[in-house]
Design a protein around this ligand. Structure first.
Ligand SMILES: Cc1cc2nc3c(=O)[nH]c(=O)nc-3n(C[C@H](O)[C@H](O)[C@H](O)COP(=O)(O)OP(=O)(O)OC[C@H]3O[C@@H](n4cnc5c(N)ncnc54)[C@H](O)[C@@H]3O)c2cc1C
Length: 483
């Protein structure tokens, strides 16, 4: 097919997708749930065999839903195939919105007391051209940090226990097989893989992670996860990484990137995020890139040093950008199962938790109104699209632009170098969805980055070297650290 025709189709598709999201997010009137005709009584506090909600999966999304629904006095059951504590392949970086939620759940203080989390104070990024900025954020951000490093084996158990403490029923080692809906009764029946036991509920919530098997089985989610990422832990005391969290944008890996986060016990977590778009960096080549970046990226290899003790690389799927349909009659899809991972950063714990909080609010209203028809359930989709859904679209556009023109990322880091920690903190707010990507078009961003872009272009035209891929970024490596 003619290249122009493909370009026109792609652009038209993107515009249609964006307009659809814009319609949902900005124009479409919000649903007044209480105005719908009642179909079922509000059964709050009434003894009955069925649950208000059964949630499949008790990761951050499921556990957060369980916590809030229980606080609202609702009868919720979480079915989880694993037994806590269980590991989850992840970069272990929890962003601000998630930190606020774990505060509310009482988990933050517990993790702090037990010295299980590391508040990311020193952090930053290395650009494709080798420019780097590692700053500090504690003084600027105050009480609630921008990010913490917390091992998922610890975080997810704490979240699950907090949701139980709030009153939710959690059944571990309960893998769900199927769910069938009886329209006449308005009830789901959920069956298990290894048992004949069944459970009934008014609303089914799919929170079973990126593979999203249940929502695919129900015909709500249509596609497999788009990409995958790697992780390996590096034993504390065997590496030289000094900062708390750094993102490394290597030109070869774009639009993907690598990152290092340091835990409270000095263990480091190294991840590769493969973002779709680069034909040379696909899921099949993940192990190759993981190895290559650790050994050959000058900043990463210096931060790791020569004597690291590292676990074998592990990989997991990533579903990005938000699914088109996350609701139906008596059903919601939340967290990774709904693809709530930002296409620019690969981060999704905080959006998983935020989506669960939104789902809990909508479900509480629906339970009060006694109606769970699709137009009511759709209000959940309106809310997440309104909060950060449209932003996912811009994330994808922006990261693909950076893949095509890596100098844009160099200019952003040059702006950080010029403007310092406040600029870095604002950048982090945009990257972690605290404020929309639209903020990048505000004068304080666009003027500074455009200025740096022009300077970089002139320097390159004049053959002046910018950035230094040969020496380690300032603040990255602790040379005194014994290995
Ligand atoms: C390598 C990698 C690095 C990442 N790094 C970061 C990061 O640094 N920061 C960040 O914010 N995000 C990161 N993410 C994304 C993050 O891991 C997810 O967004 C987050 O785990 C979503 O939580 P969830 O509860 O939706 O899904 P999950 O955490 O996947 O939980 C789903 C749960 O459902 C259970 N389940 C599945 N099937 C069934 C079944 N049939 N029956 C019962 N239970 C079932 C699973 O056992 C699991 O406990 C990363 C992802 C990857 C792959």
């Amino acid at each position: 097919m003619d290249t122009w025709l493909i370009a026109v189709l792609v652009i038209t598709g993107a515009v249609v997708l964006y307009l659809r999201r814009w319609w949902y997010a900005s124009v479409r009137p919000t649903v007044n749930i209480s105005s719908f005709p009642r179909k079922y009584p509000d059964e709050k506090g009434v003894s009955r065999p069925h649950y208000d909600v059964v949630c499949v999966g008790a990761g951050p999304a499921g556990a957060t839903l369980g916590f809030y629904m229980s606080k609202m006095g609702r009868k919720i059951l979480l079915l989880e195939k694993a037994t806590f504590p269980r590991d989850k392949i992840c970069g272990d970086a929890l962003c601000k919105t998630g930190i606020e939620i774990i505060h509310e759940m009482g988990v933050y203080e517990e993790l702090k007391k037990e010295n299980k989390m590391n508040i990311a104070d020193s952090g930053g990024m290395v650009s494709p051209g080798g420019l780097s900025y590692i700053g500090r954020s504690k003084e600027i951000l105050g009480e609630i940090p921008g990010a913490i490093a917390i091992k998922r084996i610890n975080l997810d158990e704490k979240l699950a226990r907090a949701c139980q403490k709030a009153g939710a029923e959690l059944r571990e080692n309960h893998a769900v097989k199927t769910a069938t809906f009886d329209k006449s009764k308005g009830l789901w029946t959920i069956s298990l893989e290894n048992s004949d036991e069944t459970f009934t509920c008014r609303v089914l919530v799919c929170a079973d992670g990126a593979p999203s098997k249940l929502a695919i089985q129900l015909g709500l989610v249509k596609q497999p996860p788009q990409t995958s990422c790697s992780r390996c832990y590096i034993e504390g005391g065997t590496h030289k990484f000094k900062a708390d969290g750094v993102l490394f944008y290597n030109r070869e890996l774009l639009p993907g990137y690598s990152c290092l986060f340091r835990h409270a016990n000095d263990e480091a977590n190294f991840c590769i995020y493969l973002i779709p778009g680069n034909p040379d960096a696909t899921a099949e080549t993940l192990a190759f890139w993981h190895e290559k970046m650790m050994k050959e990226d000058p900043n990463i290899s210096r931060a790791l040093g020569n004597n690291i003790k590292t676990e074998r690389m592990k990989a997991a799927a990533l579903r990005i950008g938000g699914e088109e349909t996350t609701f139906a009659d008596h059903v919601l899809v939340i967290g990774d199962a709904a693809g709530f991972t930002d296409p620019m950063t690969g981060e999704g714990i905080h959006t998983a938790m935020d989506s669960a909080r939104m789902a809990a609010n909508v479900l509480d209203e629906a339970l009060k109104a006694g109606n769970f028809d699709a137009p009511i359930m759709e209000e959940y989709q309106n809310r997440w699209l309104n909060a950060w859904g449209t932003d996912f679209y811009w994330s994808m556009v922006m990261i693909q632009m950076c893949y095509k023109y890596p100098i844009l990322m160099d200019a952003a880091v040059a702006a950080m170098i010029r403007k310092g920690d406040r600029f870095l903190a604002r950048w982090a707010d945009i990257m972690t969805g605290r404020v929309t990507k639209f903020n990048l078009l505000y004068p304080d961003f666009v003027i500074v980055i455009t200025y740096e872009l022009i300077v970089l272009i002139i320097k390159r035209l004049l053959g002046i070297k910018v950035g230094d891929r040969g020496s380690a970024a300032k603040g990255l490596v602790d040379d005194k650290k014994k290995q």
